[in-house]
Design a protein around this ligand. Structure first.
Ligand SMILES: NC(=O)c1ccc[n+]([C@@H]2O[C@H](COP(=O)([O-])OP(=O)(O)OC[C@H]3O[C@@H](n4cnc5c(N)ncnc54)[C@H](OP(=O)(O)O)[C@@H]3O)[C@@H](O)[C@H]2O)c1
Length: 166
């Protein structure tokens, strides 16, 4: 499985249950990768989406503690073991871990690839973070795009690979 995330200079990913930056090219990148595939997210991230609804055109799997919670077009899992069992029916390459911080932290050891959009900014006070893959011995930077710009925000697409996924 793969993680897909947009981080700032400090690997910050969000505050007030929202993204730090909304960059159209990053949204497009996310859509292109995940469309037709499986997206795994925590309840807080689902509730941060437009209309608090499942992402269309994708199989949505949501981690949630509340046994009574449900939503249309969402498969709910209540633990990591239940999630891993549920994901067995899908091709592992089609599974994208989409956040937020708590879900990334728990599932990054299972990922072989992480698509990390890096925004060259640290001006917003992030409350939630992605693990700094530069400090993880099994993870290494495999690819990096040229720097692009949106409204004076510079960003680039990077790919990290995990040499020892669980
Ligand atoms: N920059 C990016 O690319 C990106 C991507 C996605 C999200 N984000 C940001 O990340 C932030 C949200 O992250 P977050 O860490 O607060 O929330 P989250 O990971 O989206 O969701 C947390 C919730 O998921 C459920 N959960 C997580 N692990 C579970 C487990 N093992 N078993 C059962 N339920 C589990 C729990 O739901 P209960 O409420 O039921 O306890 C928990 O409260 C937002 O700011 C969002 O915008 C950023």
């Amino acid at each position: 499985m793969k993680a897909i995330v947009c981080v700032d200079k400090n690997w910050g990913i969000g505050s007030n249950n929202d993204l730090l930056y909304h960059i159209p090219a990053d949204m497009k990148f996310f859509k292109e990768h995940t469309m037709g595939n499986v997206v795994v997210m925590g309840l807080a991230t689902l509730l941060s989406l437009p209309g608090q609804k499942a992402l269309p055109g994708r199989t949505n799997v949501v981690l949630c503690d509340d046994l009574s919670w449900s939503a249309p077009d969402v498969t709910v899992c209540h633990s990591i073991p239940e999630l891993l069992e549920t994901l067995k029916q899908f091709d592992t390459d089609s599974i994208y871990i989409c956040g937020g911080a708590s879900v990334y932290a728990q599932l990054i050891p299972y990922c072989d690839t992480a698509y990390v959009t890096k925004v060259d900014a640290g001006d917003k006070a992030a409350e939630k973070f992605f693990p700094n893959l530069d400090n993880e011995s099994s993870w290494s930077l495999a690819e990096e795009s040229e720097t692009m710009e949106h409204k004076e925000l510079q960003f680039r697409f990077t790919t990290y690979k995990n040499s020892n996924p669980m």
